[in-house]
Design a protein around this ligand. Structure first.
Ligand code: GDP
Ligand code: ZN
Length: 322
């Protein structure tokens, strides 16, 4: 009798399978956290390794693992749950999407109005990538102690109008930080933002014990830290914090403009009513998205971000005809 002929129940009884969470992947090394909190280094079973070309486990993947049969032998990863959502970016060299982390409970895009100055384009790019991978996002406007209330309110209204929750905080005075802390429970969280906006300060006010270095496991050679496949989770409050290397520079993970439109949730109610279907909402006449922009129902900066990313995706398409 082969493994594929036995019932899943018999199989799990026999094989002593345990649920696990992938914490770190570097090259061929996969570290998995068991329900008791222990980390074990695992090997992929052959059938998973061969699953499909380009397949790669990432931090945040939920797996089933099997203990070694002999002492000294490695644990093995026997199964992989479908991903609920993922954060990814486009890798020029591979001309393909590369997933950074899976199963994020919530992504926080952190920004400030000044020092550093606000870049709407950056925020929108992160939000678009999150939408592409079905990740729920919130925005944190930090450093509210530095800016006038009316400017903060204007910012909040831009993203509230698109349906995103916006939190306002000051890691300096502590204002709003409790509300943010209350949201952080047992899930996997990512904080993305330009350097200097206050990410580390906020993370430390939520979990003063957070040390991004102590969780580095099994990396004897240091290789992997700078590769695009590197991803890692850290203990954070009752849950985990996703490290998101390279998210400063990522490109839209999708390959066409239609996928891009779907990543602007506020376009939804208009896009279906344009005269041309599909409509790129750029040059076509009788475009309801452009009409909504004129009416002030879609925000200028969001539409500009859309056109910028669309131009990039089109340019990419020209360089490598499909
Ligand atoms: P990161 O690069 O996003 O991790 O930003 P940091 O947490 O290192 O913060 C950058 C600088 O901004 C530090 O000097 C912090 O003390 C300061 N900072 C962080 N949050 C606030 C805030 O809410 N208000 C003010 N005034 N300064 C802050
Ligand atoms: Zn249109």
């Amino acid at each position: 009798m082969t493994a594929s002929q036995v019932s899943p129940f018999f199989y799990s009884m026999q094989e002593n399978l345990i649920d696990g969470l992938v914490i770190r992947v570097t090259g061929g090394e996969v570290w998995v956290e068991k329900p008791d909190g222990d980390l074990v280094q695992c090997q992929l079973r052959g059938k998973l390794r061969l699953k499909k070309r380009g397949f790669q486990l990432v931090a945040g993947d939920r797996v089933t693992v099997k203990p070694p049969e002999a002492s000294g032998a490695p644990w093995t990863i026997e199964g992989l749950e479908d991903r609920d959502c993922w954060l990814s970016r486009f890798i020029e060299r591979d001309k393909a999407e590369r997933i950074i982390v899976a199963n994020i409970t919530r992504l926080y895009v952190v920004a400030a109005l000044e020092s550093p100055p606000l870049h709407y384009g950056f925020i929108d790019r992160v939000l678009v990538s999150a939408e592409f991978g079905h990740v729920d996002s919130s925005i944190i406007m930090n450093k509210i102690d530095l800016s006038p209330g009316k400017d903060i309110e204007r910012f909040v209204s831009v993203y509230s109008s698109c349906g995103y929750p916006v939190l306002t905080t000051s890691a300096f005075t502590g204002e709003g930080v409790d509300r943010l802390s209350d949201e952080i429970a047992g899930g996997v969280y990512a904080f993305v933002g330009e350097s200097g906006v206050g990410k580390s300060s906020l993370l430390m006010s939520i979990d003063s014990g957070l040390d991004l270095k102590t969780r580095t496991v099994g990396d004897k050679t240091g290789r992997g830290r700078h590769t695009t496949s590197f991803s890692q989770l850290y203990n954070f409050g009752q849950g985990h914090l996703a490290d998101t290397p390279g998210v400063q520079t990522f490109g839209f993970p999708g390959t066409d403009g239609v996928a891009l439109q779907d990543c602007f949730p506020e376009f939804d109610e208009y896009a279906g009513h344009c005269r041309f279907q599909p409509c790129t909402h750029s040059h076509e006449p009788d475009c309801e998205v452009k009409q909504a922009l004129e009416n002030g129902d879609i925000v200028d900066s969001r539409y500009r971000s859309y056109l910028n990313i669309l131009a990039e995706v089109d340019e990419r398409g020209k360089r490598s005809p499909r």
